[in-house]
Every structure is written in C-alpha cells, then in structure tokens.
Design a protein around this ligand. Sequence first.
Ligand SMILES: Nc1ncnc2c1ncn2[C@@H]1O[C@H](COP(=O)(O)OP(=O)(O)OP(=O)(O)O)[C@@H](O)[C@H]1O
Length: 356
Amino acid sequence: MQSPRLEIANIVKDYGGRRVVDDVSLQVMPGQVTCLLGPSGCGKSTTLRIIAGVEKQDRGTIHVDGKLVCDTVFRLPPEARSIGLMFQDFALFPHLTVGQNVAFGLQTRDAGARVQALLDKVGMTRHIDDYPHQLSGGEQQRVALARALAPKPQIMLMDEPFSGLDDRLRDDIRDETLAVLKDEGTAVLLVTHEPGEAMRMADEIALMRDGRVVQQGAPYNIYNAPIDRAAAAFFSDINVIPGVVQGALTDTPFGQFLAPGLPDGTEVDIVIRPQHLKIDFDRGGRGPKPTSSEGTAARATVARARFMGASSLVEFRMDYDGSILKAVVPSVFLPKPGTALWLMIRRDRCFVFPRA
Ligand SMILES: Nc1ncnc2c1ncn2[C@@H]1O[C@H](COP(=O)(O)OP(=O)(O)OP(=O)(O)O)[C@@H](O)[C@H]1O
C-alpha cells in the first residue's frame, strides 16, 4: 500500500469568529490528481493557502511523504515545503524571457537541460527567447506550468488555474497539463468550482460545502452515489419527486421505491438525473405498461422539447400526478407537445434522500 504524498488532517481555520475551514482532512497519493470542488466561498482557496504555508491554520496537521510540514506549533516556511503553486493570476516575470522564467527557481548546474525538457513537454521550445507579452494566454499558461514544475515539486497546488482561458482553449490546456503532470508523477491538489473540470481532471474529488468536505471519492462514484440532494444537484440538473415513506416504501409515478431505514412519515426527495430517464421509443406511448431490463415504466405526455446541440431536453407531464420531469436525450429528439410516450427508469439510478 502506497503512502500518501500529501496528508492534511483536521484542518480548522476561523476568520473573525467565522469558521471558514471546518475539520478538513484529505490525502493525495503520488501521481494522483485530487480536486477540491465546491461553490464560491466554501473555503477551498483558504485550505490551499494553508497547505502552501502562506496562511496559518488554527488546528490540524500537514504531512508530506510522512514528514510533518506544519502543525500549530511547528511550521516549515513555504519555500521549504517542496510545493509548486499555480494560480489563475499566475504572473510570469515580464522582464524575463520564457527560458529565464522557467529557470528562475533553479540553482542546479543542469538547469539548462531541465528548462529545455520542460519547454519541450509543454510545446513551447520555439518561444524560449520570447517575452511574456509576446505570448497568448494559453502559451503563458504553458510557461507558468513549466516554471512551477521546474524545481520538481513533490506536490502541485492549483487554484482555478484555467479560469482565465476561453472555453475551447481551456479544454486543450487542461488535457495537456494533466498529461505533463502525470508524466512528472507530481501529486496535484486542484481547486475548482466547476464540476466539469473536476470530472475531467480528477482521480479523486473532495466535495466541499460550508468549510467541510462532505463527500470524497472517484468522480464516477461521486456522480453515481451522491451523499445528498445538494451533492447530486452540484453535478447536473436534477428531477426531484417528493414522497412520504410508508412501510419503508414511497410512491412515485414509476411505482414504489425502497426507502430503507427511514421511519414511516419521513418526507423524502427522489432524485433522478435527466439523462437517466429513458424513453421507450418502440411503443410510442401505446399498449400496457412495458416491462424491460431498462427499468420500471410510467406514461407521460410531452410538454416541451428543446434542442440543446449535443442533446435534446424534453419535458414530460406525468400521467400519474401531472408533475413535470425532464429527460435529456442524445442528439435530436423533438416530439410534438402532447405526444404520449412511456418513460423508463432504473431504480438503481435514482437516489432517495430524506428531505433536508
Ligand atoms: N483573509 C481573510 N480574512 C477574512 N475572511 C476571509 C479571508 N480569506 C477568505 N475569507 C473568507 O473565507 C471564506 C472562504 O474563502 P475561500 O477563498 O477559501 O473560498 P473559496 O471556496 O476558495 O471561494 P472562491 O472559489 O470564491 O475563491 C469566504 O467567505 C471569504 O470571504
């Protein structure tokens, strides 16, 4: 079993009597990318600044490769932590060339070779003698990555590093950055408020809310087994069917759902992602209730259909109770309002949460 490269335990930070980081514990394994994901103001950047050493925690410990970096008594200064930093407003030194920027923190005799190798990796070799103002935003970002990696940090902390880039460029730079980081074997802690970015970059996601890590796991698990309604809603639009538990079951348009362990009378939300509602195209809403491996069925009529580009969003009015459920269908599917169809849902794709 590998030991974590970075381990933070029970970190607490208050500002003016308000708890901003509330007992946060995290591990990042060597060569892995962990994303600290959460809405604005939830304490992500503060956590990162504490790890970097530019902010002091009120409680908790930080270890790198098993060695204590800081607790509330002992503190290694930021420059002694073997931690690289990359922030959105990274500033390259304007009076230094690309090559000099990357070499800046290097005192070794083979600095030239290291600079060359890194510029190769980020595809910026031909710009080695250019100055930052001669580069595009994406090119500057590549140089900033090379500069941060030059001293071979054991850990890279990145705070919304791609948010200054436009959409198309951002996807490319993300993928390239990930490839370089993996190649270097660096452990990465990346802060972002964008679920899409976290899903794309992370081996592990730590979902943060109000200063706490509320759920941690691989992107697939966090997406498919969210801990509560808010965690589900953070990753996609959701449908919510309200229900009340009776005999460990609750009624829905799709029949009864299990609500294990919840006492009678508990109000619950049944959460369904729109992409998990399947349409039974074959039957066109006719005939008796279909039974299939696709799950359980309910009949509905189309209320509205909109083309979204890669997919279509269809709103259905459920025969059962007149409620509206949204389905996302790949490609083009734009049935007329009033069209009757059978909808299918797999029970294991639905989440039942007690109402908050
Ligand atoms: N130096 C400070 N003094 C007082 N309050 C602060 C300080 N730094 C941050 N805060 C507060 O702590 C809370 C968490 O801030 P933080 O920057 O860690 O959040 P975040 O999740 O990174 O948000 P964002 O994505 O907007 O940067 C915010 O309410 C912020 O106003």
